[in-house]
Design a protein. Structure first.
Length: 148
């Protein structure tokens, strides 16, 4: 652990970089879902097929690898920094877990759309697109302000 403690700031930097990648993907995929669903509703099957391809690429190239890196690096930082007993970390982990669930929901909804199944209207999808921004705001406050 002493070797890792010396690299703490590098690990923090990597964690933040992958958080940015993951959040970018979490902002993009739900927007893709809106466009995908609009193409389905309008009967533009060729365009809908392109959205299926795009959704798969963003998931495989950005979203899932970044989420895995965020979790691994974050758990490593909590261990190196001995933060496990701190309330702000528990709250942060809850919100990161919720974001991970949101990630899973978005991936699942993309798969449903690929099969032509639509569960939400465009307005609801646009509202759901705001979830990552709200969660990220809370997480940043928890990490930097450490209110408890």
């Amino acid at each position: 652990m002493d070797v890792l403690a010396g690299a703490y700031l590098w690990i923090v930097a990597a964690h933040v970089i992958f958080v940015i990648f993951w959040m970018a993907g979490l902002f993009m995929l739900p927007r893709y879902l809106v466009y995908h669903q609009e193409a389905l509703v309008a009967g533009r099957s060729e365009e809908a097929a392109l959205w299926v391809e795009r959704e798969g690429k963003i998931r495989a190239i950005i979203l899932t690898p970044a989420m895995i890196a965020v979790w691994l690096l974050g758990l490593l930082l909590a261990t190196i920094g001995q933060h496990w007993g701190e309330g702000w970390l528990h709250a942060k982990l809850l919100f990161v877990l919720l974001l991970s669930g949101y990630h899973g929901w978005a991936v699942g909804y993309a798969r449903k759309l690929a099969k032509g199944v639509m569960r939400f209207d465009g307005r609801r999808l646009r509202m759901l697109n705001e979830v990552p921004a709200l969660a990220a705001t809370v997480i940043v406050v928890l990490v930097f302000v450490k209110p408890f």
